[in-house]
Design a protein around this ligand. Structure first.
Ligand SMILES: Nc1nc2c(c(=O)[nH]1)N[C@H]1C(S)=C(S)[C@@H](COP(=O)(O)OP(=O)(O)OC[C@H]3O[C@@H](n4cnc5c(N)ncnc54)[C@H](O)[C@@H]3O)O[C@H]1N2
Ligand code: MOO
Ligand SMILES: [Mg+2]
Length: 424
């Protein structure tokens, strides 16, 4: 049995980033950048006004209230470059480029219109408030300067990133491919079809759907999915179908512990795989296995209990996916425990947890009731995983513990720490 940190180091040593591919930005949502994005443009692309009003030349000094201007010209969003009439103001609409020679904008609410032309357009105004140089002007390049690195390799393209790429006119991006993953559920007791009545001794396959959903969020594409009974030969055939489908990472659930039908380790050895480790000093999920297949593919044998398989995915598979996607390892938040806790020393515990706000408004972490690895329901109350160190035994309230989001896909725990939803 090895320690978690050792297990993780061995996994990461087996992972290098998948070769990059170029895709249209329009279809790149949730993909991970393989290269930095350097802006080829300024944003905003030209000086423009933030307010509807009148553009003025201040001459570099504040214009006092009471100043009067003739209004010559009108500039709206979409109009091209314009030249100001010397000494005159220009009517201007939000987003319009600033006529050359003008450097400040006074909002329409802050002027008195002294005269209008035959079409009702203002032709003479008086300032009702002082106007400073640069007022209400959005400068070219104020948001993004040309040549600036706006997104780093390893960044997931969330909607805000795509908004920026769209604003900059970036048509294509170099990204990592989604990691092709196969999902094998083992166990003759498992039933996949929710309409099929259960015979005595049968249960429904709950790990398969959970892992499939989480894998999609974590940047993987499930290329093969199969449920096999406790039959080593059927398992080997399923594994070969997974490889034929192009899987680079294979996950199985079940059949890795001490039982008569826990055939996965031997079946892998029979295929010439290198068993990198089997059994880790953690709870839940202790019988977890990691192997490299003959073709170099990564194999994770996740224990069958539902929460054990979830922990295996979150703390073993997801770090591997991040490495394959060229992403840096995650950092944990450190948050105080809401209540004292006890645990068995020697094992690292991964606990269903809820980050919530205490009365003083600070985030704290609550370890949920029902930590047994067969209990799915507490996962719904959880918004985080709390990790209790190997050497810890008695943890007082307020002790700092490492906290991770439910998935590694970058949801900020702070955002999840909403006090509105109470833990049961
Ligand atoms: N003598 C020992 N027995 C067990 C040990 C041990 O150290 N010594 N470890 C226990 C721990 S911890 C775990 S975790 C499990 C791991 O078992 P396996 O990985 O071999 O998984 P199975 O035996 O196939 O199944 C375990 C459990 O999970 C249910 N299961 C399996 N697949 C699914 C699925 N897709 N959806 C829902 N539930 C699933 C299965 O029916 C069993 O109840 O071993 C302990 N035993
Ligand atoms: O570790 Mo098992 O995963 O406790 O149920
Ligand atoms: Mg078993």
């Amino acid at each position: 049995m090895i320690a978690y940190d050792d297990a993780l180091a061995r996994i990461l040593a087996a992972c290098s980033p998948l070769p990059a591919e170029t895709v249209a930005t329009s279809i790149a949502l949730a993909r991970v950048l393989a290269q930095d994005v350097v802006s080829a443009a300024d944003l905003p692309p030209f000086d423009n006004t933030a307010m509807d009003g009148f553009a003025l030349a201040t001459g570099g000094a504040e214009l006092a209230a009471g100043n009067e201007f003739v209004v010559a010209g009108s500039q709206a969003a979409g109009d091209g470059d314009a030249q100001a009439v010397v000494g005159a103001a220009c009517e201007i609409m939000t987003g319009a480029s600033l006529p050359a020679g003008l450097d400040a904008v006074v909002p329409v609410e802050q002027v008195a219109v002294l005269a209008r032309d035959g079409d009702g357009r203002p032709c003479r105004i008086r300032l009702q408030a002082a106007v400073v140089p640069g007022a209400h002007v959005r400068r070219r390049g104020q948001d993004v300067a040309r040549g600036q690195t706006v997104l780093r390799a390893g960044t997931r393209l969330v909607p805000a990133a795509r908004m920026l790429l769209a604003a900059l006119g970036v048509a294509e991006v170099a990204v990592r491919p989604q990691v092709p993953v196969a999902l094998l559920s083992t166990g003759r007791e498992l039933v996949d079809d929710p309409r099929q009545p259960l015979a005595p001794g049968q249960i429904r396959n709950s790990n398969g759907p959970y892992l499939g959903d989480r894998l999609a969020e974590a940047g993987a594409a499930v290329v093969h999915r199969e449920t096999v009974a406790d039959d080593p030969q059927a398992f080997v055939e399923a594994l070969q179908r997974a490889l034929a489908a192009g899987a680079q990472v294979l996950l199985s659930t079940g059949a890795v512990s001490m039982g008569r039908y826990d055939f996965v380790p031997d079946a892998l050895r029979g295929l010439g795989a290198e068993l990198v480790f089997h059994k880790v000093a953690i709870r839940p999920g202790k019988p977890l296995l990691f192997a490299r297949l003959r073709g170099g593919q990564l194999y994770f044998g996740l224990p069958g209990n539902p929460v054990s398989s979830a922990v295996g995915l979150r703390f073993f598979v997801e770090p591997a996916l991040r490495a394959l996607l060229g992403q840096a390892p995650e950092c944990a938040l450190q948050l105080p425990l809401a209540a004292p806790a006890r645990k068995k020393p020697g094992l690292r515990f991964f606990q269903k947890a809820r980050v919530a706000l205490a009365d003083d408004g600070r985030a704290q972490v609550q370890l949920l009731a029902g930590q047994e690895s067969f209990r799915i329901q507490p996962l719904l109350a959880a918004n985080a995983w709390a990790v209790l160190a190997e050497d810890a035994a008695e943890l007082p309230a307020g002790a700092m513990v490492a906290v991770y989001g439910l998935g590694a896909d970058g949801v900020l725990l702070a955002a999840q720490a909403d006090a509105a939803v109470e833990a049961p």
